[in-house]
Design a protein around this ligand. Sequence first.
Ligand code: GLN
Length: 281
Amino acid sequence: MTCSISSLQAQAQNKIVRLLGLQQAEARIEVQALLRSILNASNAWLIAHSKDMIEPEKLSGFEVLLERRLKGEPVAYIVGFREFYGMDFRVSGDVLIPRPETELLVDLALDRIPENGNFRVLDLGTGSGIIAISVARQRKNALVTAAEKSSRALSVAKMNGKGIENIRFVESDWFDALCGEKYDLILSNPPYIPEEDRHLEDLKHEPALALTSGKDGLDAIRKIIEEAPAHLEPGGWLLFEHGYDQGEICRKLLSKSFHEVYSWKDLSGIERVSGGRLTSR
Ligand code: GLN
């Protein structure tokens, strides 16, 4: 059986909507990603060639990927990459899939890094490296350290950071391997979902290490807030991502050691990043 690229897209899109309950627009993006990886093509190519017939072996390749998707595997893991802050990042089951709301953390970081002069940035629990690498690409003068406990995740981050000169990768359980080091800015998207949270069922393909942190989800955040002051220069900032209902408790925890404590909302209007600043001297 053969069919055109556009009719294959329409059929696959409908299946995803029907069986996984996605919106049409999301399903379209997913189908495009699967097709692009099979055809090794850009979105522009897909549009220009929508009336072309798809070759039988490409068609069966596509059907294998679609089947995996319909069984629940996330598209980012099937195709092996996800776009974040304008760049494609490699991802595997060892790292969290990049979320668009994490771009807020990168924006807030860039607001605080001058375009000139030395500036030391630390990204704790870098995973696939999205935060550290996006910052390093936008601020060539900054020296970025990307720390990660999982060696498997760290090798994904290193692959993503290839060719970027102002970044270094360190295997470290939070601050453990960074003894005596100081930074102007510390960033993190730590695990923050409570251990028994019912949302975890939807995230079962992603590594638990990157998702959950103790009974209330705040173990990692408490540790970071506690230990960050010893690793920050006077006037330095700590900024981290957290769960939809954790803004208030995070501000409370921060205000013990930091001033200028704030939370920032993501595009859905949810408090998503909190942070504070050390006093200048
Ligand atoms: N933002 C992710 C989610 O709720 C969780 C990521 C994290 O724990 N850092 O789906």
